[in-house]
Design a protein around this ligand. Structure first.
Ligand code: 5GP
Length: 193
C-alpha cells in the first residue's frame, strides 16, 4: 500500500536491525487519515471472503482494525491483554510471547462474543515471529470460529512470522513488507497484490 510505504520510509525510525519505531503515526500518535485508508485497503483486499468480524490485539492494532471493521461494516473484537476483573466462566485464554518486550502475556476472549458461525479477519500492526497472530488463531479456534485471513500493516519479511503462518495454510496480506532494517535505513520489498 503506497501511502503506508511512503509514511514508513519518511517517518519510520529503524532502531536497529530488528525494530522499527512507528510512534509518530501508528502506535503512540495515530494518523486518522492514514488509518482510514488502511481500513479501506484491507476491506477491499478481503471483500467476498464472508468475514463476520474483525479481530485484533490491544492496543496498537485497535486503530487500523476499527477502520477496517467500519469499512467492512462488521463488528471489531479486541483480544484483551489483561483479564477482566468481572468473573466470567466463559473465557478463552492463551499465553503469547511479546516480540518487543521479550515477556509473556495472557490473551483473553469472552466466549459470548464469538461463535462457530464467525469467520474472522485478524488485523495487527506488525508481523515479526508470528507469536501474536498465532495466539489470536488459538483463541479463535478454541471458540470454534474460523480464520478468513490475516491483515498486517508492516511485515518484517526477514523474520519468520509469514512462513510460520503460511505453513499452517493461512492467507496473509501485508500492506508494507520490509526486506531489511539497519540504523537509519529501511529497505522495502515490492508491494503485495
Ligand atoms: P510477533 O508476535 O509477530 O513476533 O510480533 C508482532 C507484535 O510485536 C506486534 O503486535 C507488535 O506490537 C510487536 N512488534 C514486532 N515487531 C515490532 C517492531 O519492529 N516495531 C514495533 N513498534 N512493534 C513490533
Amino acid at each position: 500500500m503506497k501511502l503506508l510505504e511512503e509514511k514508513v520510509l519518511k517517518e519510520g525510525i529503524a532502531m536497529n536491525e530488528n525494530i522499527l519505531k512507528v510512534d509518530g503515526f501508528i502506535n503512540h500518535q495515530v494518523d486518522p487519515a492514514l488509518m482510514k485508508a488502511i481500513g479501506e485497503d484491507f476491506a477491499s483486499h478481503f471483500q467476498d471472503k464472508g468475514i463476520t468480524k474483525v479481530v485484533t490485539i490491544e492496543s496498537s492494532g485497535i486503530a487500523p482494525a476499527l477502520m477496517t471493521a467500519a469499512a467492512m461494516q462488521v463488528p471489531l473484537l479486541i483480544l484483551k491483554k489483561s483479564p477482566s476483573k468481572v468473573l466470567n466462566k466463559n473465557m478463552y485464554q492463551t499465553v503469547v510471547t511479546s516480540y518487543t518486550k521479550g515477556t509473556s502475556y495472557e490473551l483473553t476472549l469472552a466466549g459470548h462474543l464469538i461463535s462457530e458461525h464467525d469467520h474472522v479477519l485478524i488485523i495487527d500492526d506488525f508481523l515479526a515471529n508470528g507469536e501474536a497472530a498465532t495466539g489470536a488463531i488459538r483463541l479463535i479456534r478454541k471458540a470454534h470460529a474460523t480464520v478468513a485471513g490475516i491483515g498486517i500493516l508492516i511485515e518484517k519479511s526477514f523474520q519468520p512470522g509469514r512462513a510460520k503462518l503460511e505453513e499452517q495454510g493461512f492467507s496473509i496480506y501485508s500492506q508494507v513488507r520490509i526486506k531489511s532494517l539497519g540504523e537509519n535505513q529501511i529497505e522495502l520489498l515490492p508491494q503485495q497484490d
